[in-house]
Write a protein of this length. Structure first.
Length: 382
């Protein structure tokens, strides 16, 4: 019986692939064998497929006669549902031919098919929801050396296989939707165009394997990060905090800026040397340094000098050529009474400007130095 059931399935596949006569012969043989065994349920299925084969062969009368012979095999308990399931591959034929076949079970099946399909789809969705594990929670850190955590566990370098797979993830996080050619021009600028499809998809596959989920969708010719995944990205959070700070009055503005400053653990993707990182890195660095300057100024004005000194040191560790931060740090030291440290900070400023840029300090920096050295700053009443 198993062999005959296989024959019925094979015959249907042959007909669906356009091998009408071969499929018909296979199904006729299956019907004959199944009738000899007395397997009514299997006979009904084979006859249903044979009726379809006859219809495809243009023998509509013979197809109708064969279809009339099917319902008797589906008349038992659960027969209607078996008919719905087994008839699904040929259901368009059944709906067309049923009007000429006066069989109640066929008409009943046609009436309930929309509800049956809806219920089946809902059951499938439920089953998928119950059996498919949820996608992992991802945390991406772009400040400093790039790293990603999957469900709280860092993804190792060996899991990425190549650093480019990890950088592709950060590239997509950091850009609007991109075409493959745009991605290729940024990540593999010297790669021959003929090699781009393979290189891109291999790297994308490694990224997907490392993350444990495919984070990308392809829409209208462009690749972008899926919006249904749980992804926390420190750069997104940094920019969100700066945006909220711009819309907020003091002192709430400073609270947002402080949170943004805390997220900055180093320059953007310090381990990536591709050109695409450079402009993004510089933009984020300047946003960070402006936040440092604003927060430090606020704290100095309110005599929170230790806090100001700490944040200014962090800022100068990122860019020691920011003369405005040197001045603020000199001012904070002077207001705290650490005159020697204020003067030493000026000398450090002079040294780094000379060494890196062959420049002298701005007049306002020199004026502040002289005022501190001569005891004119801070003013006595301050």
């Amino acid at each position: 019986m198993l062999s005959s059931r296989y024959r019925a399935t094979l015959g249907l596949i042959q007909v669906q692939q356009g091998q009408i006569q071969e499929g018909r012969a296979t199904l006729e043989k299956a019907c004959s064998l199944l009738e000899q065994t007395g397997a009514r349920q299997e006979v009904g299925r084979a006859r249903l497929y044979l009726a379809y084969a006859l219809y495809r062969a243009g023998e509509t009368v013979a197809a109708g006669e064969m279809l009339r012979r099917c319902p008797a095999e589906y008349s038992g308990i659960g027969g209607k549902h078996r008919l719905l399931i087994e008839g699904e591959p040929v259901w368009s034929f059944v709906e067309k031919a049923a009007g000429d076949v006066d069989e109640p079970i066929l008409k009943q099946a046609i009436e309930v098919i929309p509800h049956f399909r809806a219920a089946a789809q809902e059951a499938l969705r439920y089953w998928v929801a119950q059996t498919t594990p949820p996608p992992p929670s991802l945390r991406a850190y772009g400040f400093g050396p790039s790293r990603v955590e999957r469900d709280g566990v860092p993804i190792s370098a060996s899991e990425w296989v190549t650093s480019t797979a990890r950088h592709l993830f950060f590239y997509l996080l950091s850009h609007p939707p991109r075409t493959r050619d745009q991605i290729g021009a940024d990540l593999w600028p010297n790669l021959r165009s003929s090699r781009l499809p393979g290189t891109f998809h291999n790297t994308k596959y490694r990224m997907q394997q490392a993350l444990g989920v495919n984070p990308v969708i392809y829409r209208e010719g462009r690749y972008l990060i899926r919006d249904d995944l749980e992804i926390w990205y420190d750069v997104w959070e940094f920019e969100r905090l700066l945006k909220r700070a711009r819309r907020s009055p003091m002192p709430k503005r400073v609270r947002y800026l402080r949170k943004a400053i805390t997220l900055y653990k180093g320059d953007f993707l310090e381990d990536c040397y591709a050109n695409w990182c450079a402009s993004r890195r510089e933009t984020l660095r300047q946003q960070y340094l402006e936040a440092v300057s604003e927060v430090a100024t606020w704290w100095i004005d309110r005599a929170r000098l230790d806090d100001a000194i700490e944040v200014l040191r962090r800022g100068l560790a990122v860019d020691n050529l920011r003369e405005d931060l040197h001045r603020l740090l000199m001012e904070a030291y002077a207001r705290k009474g650490q005159i020697g440290e204020a003067l030493a900070q000026y000398r450090r400023c002079v040294e780094v400007l000379e060494k890196e840029l062959s420049l002298e300090p701005l007049p306002e920096t020199v004026d502040l130095f002289n005022a501190i050295r001569e005891g004119r700053f801070p003013p006595p009443h301050q």
